[in-house]
Design a protein around this ligand. Structure first.
Ligand code: 6PG
Length: 252
C-alpha cells in the first residue's frame, strides 16, 4: 500500500542485513559508474544499530568507504560533540570505524553566517558544480543514496509539520524552526535535494512507528500528498527518476 518498494523483515537484525546489502549494491554501482558514492545519513535512534552493524559486519567489508562522501541529512544547531548532535552519533557508530578520508565526511554547519547556504556550497563544490552562493543554484546534485527515518508526527529529516522548510522549492538546504519543530532549531536537506536523489531508503523499526506509517499509507493509497501535516508524504524521488524504498520490521 506504500508507494515504492517495501521490504519487510521479521526483526531489526534481518532488516539491517537486507538494507546493508542494498546499500553495498548501490555503493558498488555508483563507484563503478562515477568513481564516487554520495551517501546522506540521518540521525535518530532507529539507524544507530544499523550504522554499528555496517561498521563491524564482515558481510559489508567491501563497502567502498574510500570513495564515499558522507553527508548529513539534518542537524540540530548544537556543537558537534553535543549528545544530540547527529554528527556525534554518526562518528561514534560508524565513521570512526571506516576508512572514509576525513575531508569526505561533511558535517553540517550549525552556526555562523548562512549555515544552510554554506552546506549547499559544499555540496556543489564536491560535485564540481558552480556554487549556489555565486549564482550557480538550480538543479540540485544527485545524492546516490539517502537514508531517512520518520518521527511519530510523520516528520522526516528535519522537515516537521507546518514548518517553513517544507515550502522550500529552490534551496537545497534550509534552516528550520517553528512551533512543531522539536527544539533545538535545525538545519535540513529540503525536498528539492532529497527528491533528486537516485535512491531514498526509509528505515522504520518498532511498533512506535506503526500509527504514523498508517497515515502515510492512507495518503499513498489515495494518491495524495499532505506535506504540511505528513511531511514524509512529500518524499517522491520517482519524479526525477530515483527510487523510494521502505525498510520495515514486522513491528513497524
Ligand atoms: C534526526 C532525524 C529525524 C529522525 C526522526 C526519527 O535528526 O533525528 O534525521 O528525522 O529520523 O526524528 O527519529 P528516531 O529514529 O529517533 O525515532
Amino acid at each position: 500500500k506504500l508507494s515504492g518498494r517495501v521490504i519487510v523483515q521479521p526483526d531489526p537484525e534481518a532488516l539491517h542485513a537486507a538494507l546493508g546489502r542494498d546499500l553495498l549494491d548501490a555503493a558498488t554501482k555508483s563507484v563503478n559508474a562515477r568513481g564516487q558514492f554520495h551517501l546522506a545519513l540521518s540521525g535518530g535512534g532507529t539507524p544507530e544499530p544499523f550504522y554499528e552493524r555496517l561498521a563491524t559486519d564482515l558481510e559489508f567489508r567491501s563497502m567502498p568507504w574510500a570513495q564515499t562522501h558522507v553527508w548529513v541529512v539534518d542537524e540540530r544547531r548544537v556543537p558537534a560533540d553535543h549528545e544530540k548532535a547527529n554528527i556525534r552519533m554518526l562518528r561514534s557508530a560508524l565513521l570512526d570505524h571506516v576508512p572514509t578520508p576525513g575531508h569526505q565526511v561533511h558535517p553540517m554547519f550549525v552556526d555562523g553566517d548562512d549555515p544552510a547556504g554554506r552546506y549547499a556550497d559544499e555540496l556543489a563544490d564536491a560535485y564540481g558544480h558552480a556554487l549556489p552562493s555565486a549564482g550557480g543554484g538550480g538543479v540540485p546534485p544527485k545524492l546516490d543514496f539517502v537514508l531517512l527515518g520518520m518521527g511519530g508526527d510523520c516528520h522526516t529529516a528535519s522537515l516537521f509539520p507546518a514548518s517553513p522548510a517544507l515550502g522550500e522549492t529552490e534551496a537545497w538546504v534550509a534552516e528550520n524552526d517553528g512551533e512543531k519543530v522539536v527544539p533545538p532549531p535545525r538545519i535540513t536537506m529540503t525536498y528539492p535535494l532529497l527528491n533528486n536523489a537516485r535512491r531514498v531508503a526509509v528505515l522504520l523499526t518498532g511498533s512506535g512507528k506503526a500509527d504514523a506509517l498508517r497515515r502515510v499509507e492512507a495518503l499513498h493509497e489515495a494518491g495524495t500528498v499532505d506535506a504540511e501535516e505528513v511531511p514524509i508524504s512529500g518524499i517522491d524521488p520517482g519524479k526525477h527518476g530515483g527510487t523510494l524504498a521502505w525498510y520495515l520490521d514486522a513491528a513497524a
